[in-house]
Design a protein around this ligand. Structure first.
Ligand code: GTP
Ligand code: MG
Length: 552
């Protein structure tokens, strides 16, 4: 009865309030929150992982009423938060107040009976809820969107805003990950963790990349890292005297060989036993070996890597920069969206500029403002305390995590100015001679021949944009030139009166997302001149690249 009464209270309280309560509780516990509410990425991740471990993913095949659904769940324990979403059917993410709730629910679940097929007997927290009496079917569960709006819808939306500033804010709001989408990402990691833990009970699967660095767009891939640090012997301190008991462990030729064999086995397991995991590819010969698959119930394209600590650190750094000043995230979202709209970036790996490279370019530009909006990586390293020390494979990855130690210079440039200046900056950047370097916050002479050179912030001898060819770089520069010109045209740069019109005329940022005039003219000319063999060559090249790993 107690539980049922709580269902009613819960229904009235709504889903949003619990996140705030949970956040307040966690903050109290780990004490890692700065005075202004900003927390380190590790603290945020710990909280999310804990939520995910108390959660289940349920396919609601019978679409029960919300009240009936909660009543059923509450028999097993108090529910902290729940929401529904649609992905080839309606699904619900449910977080219980404790793991006992999950255990009780799982205990009550039955094995499906099928007549013409056999089943892999692997139980997981991915469940299906069916109705035994067929009269109960209902629709209209309040589903939370998990995908972002299309570019054309965004252009329409932005055209009704009153200023470029508002357009940029509105774009970020439309694209950024929602609370629900973040929870779903952590839940998928947690479900995968259960599979990997069958072999490695101490492992943790952590999300990295844009799922957690603050720059993720709804629909972006889910990058995961199989963390075996607690059993890898990394960072182990040997006693100075006395007896020493060691595990006997199988040896391999290299760290890479170990990673490949672990991912090979986990990949096989995900393929054979992972409910909802389809299209599993083991891309083990890539520079950074990975297992790629699609997680159908969430709709996420997943990349699972191991031994990828530098990528985790890069994620932390990007998160930190994004939290330092709100203009950082706004500008990164806007430039990423602009680049995608013009095919500067692509979801297919190839000679295109990657989102990661593009983000580093935005950070570099913000370091170059006068006064700078964000500090250099070397400055962040100088502010670091002993707890921030980190050396990975000989690379210095140390930088400060404590926000209160970072003092920013006063720069009050508007987002509109910054957007325009970004285009001017890269339209005139001496790419042929200089390398982009966020460690120093200054361009450096290029150490090697490559059309675009962006120094890897941690593995400093590497170029993060090694894949970019001259054609793609010149397309980027041409579009920067065109966009800087467009945004400076005052007549295009003010809201158009929409009186009597059904769709307002695109202006400001919305106009920058429309197909490029220059590009259109160029490609028409080029198509006439380019021999057929060239087109086929580039198609083959992109197909070849599609099958290679895209990381690093
Ligand atoms: P989207 O998936 O495109 O939204 O962005 P992403 O930042 O997640 O990029 P991606 O999935 O390609 O890579 C995931 C993460 O791996 C990045 O955020 C980086 O932390 C890291 N990464 C990717 N490419 C490189 C690279 O060239 N060098 C380094 N050091 N890290 C990289
Ligand atoms: Mg990614």
């Amino acid at each position: 009865l107690n539980c049922l009464q709580k269902v009613d209270t819960f229904l009235h309280r709504g889903v949003g309030t619990d996140a705030a309560v949970a956040q307040a509780q966690t903050t109290e516990r780990d004490g890692s929150e700065a005075k202004d509410g900003r927390r380190s990425l590790l603290a945020v991740q710990d909280e999310r992982r804990e939520q995910a471990e108390k959660s289940v993913l349920i396919s609601c095949q019978s679409r029960p009423s919300e009240k009936k659904f909660l009543k059923y769940l509450s028999r097993h324990g108090d529910v902290n938060k729940y929401f529904f979403y649609e992905s080839y059917g309606v699904y619900a993410v449910v977080e219980f107040a404790s793991r006992d709730g999950v255990a009780s629910l799982i205990e009550a679940a039955t094995i499906p009976s099928v007549s013409h097929e056999s089943m892999v007997p692997f139980k997981s927290r991915l469940l299906s809820l069916r109705s035994v009496d067929s009269l109960n079917h209902q629709s209209g569960l309040p589903c939370q969107p998990q995908t972002s709006v299309s570019i054309s819808e965004l252009v329409h939306r932005l055209s009704s805003e009153d200023s470029v500033e508002q357009q940029i804010t509105s774009l970020t709001e439309a694209f950024q990950l929602t609370e629900e989408n973040s929870r779903l990402r952590f839940l998928v990691c947690s479900l995968l963790n259960d599979i990997a833990a069958a072999y490695f009970p101490e492992c943790t699967i952590r999300p990295f990349g844009s799922s957690v660095n603050g720059f993720g767009k709804l629909g972006c891939d889910l990058d995961m890292f199989l963390d075996l640090d607690s059993i890898s012997g990394w960072n182990v301190k040997q006693p100075k005297a006395g007896l020493l008991l060691e595990y006997q462990m199988k040896r391999a030729n290299s760290e890479r060989a170990v990673t490949q064999s672990i991912l090979s086995v986990i990949g096989e397991c995900v393929d054979q036993f992972g409910p909802g995991c389809v299209g599993v590819q083991r891309i083990l010969n890539a520079r950074c070996p990975l297992v790629r698959f699609s997680h159908q119930p969430s709709g996420f394209q997943c990349d699972l890597t191991a031994n990828n600590r530098v990528a985790m650190i890069s994620t932390e750094l990007l998160y930190l920069y994004g939290e330092l000043d709100p203009r950082v995230r706004h500008l990164v979202f806007t430039i990423r969206c602009w680049a995608r709209a013009h095919g500067i970036t692509s979801s297919i790996p190839g000679a295109w500029i990657s989102n990661f490279s593009l983000t580093v370019m935005v950070l570099f530009f913000l370091q170059k403002r006068n006064p700078p909006i964000i500090p250099t990586l070397n400055h962040l390293r100088d502010l670091a305390g002993p707890a921030d020390n980190s050396v990975i494979e000989g690379h210095d990855c140390t930088f400060v995590r404590d926000f209160s130690k970072i003092h920013l210079q006063r720069n009050s440039e508007t987002l509109e100015t910054l957007l325009c200046e970004f285009f001017v900056f890269y339209a005139t950047f001496p790419f042929s001679r200089m390398s982009i370097n966020i460690r120093k916050g200054k361009e450096q002479n290029k150490p090697e021949v490559a059309p675009l050179h962006i120094q890897n912030p941690f593995e400093t001898s590497l170029n993060v944009s090694k894949n970019v060819n001259a054609t793609q770089l010149s397309r980027f520069v041409a579009l920067c030139q065109e966009s800087s010109w467009l945004i400076q045209q005052s007549e295009r740069n003010s809201p158009k009166s929409a009186a009597g019109e059904s769709s307002p005329t695109p202006w400001g940022l919305a106009a920058l997302l429309l197909p490029s005039q220059v590009e259109g003219m160029k490609s028409r000319k080029k198509r006439r001149r380019e021999p057929v063999s060239e087109t086929i060559k580039s198609l083959l090249e992109s197909l070849k690249n599609k099958n290679q790993g895209k990381k690093r």
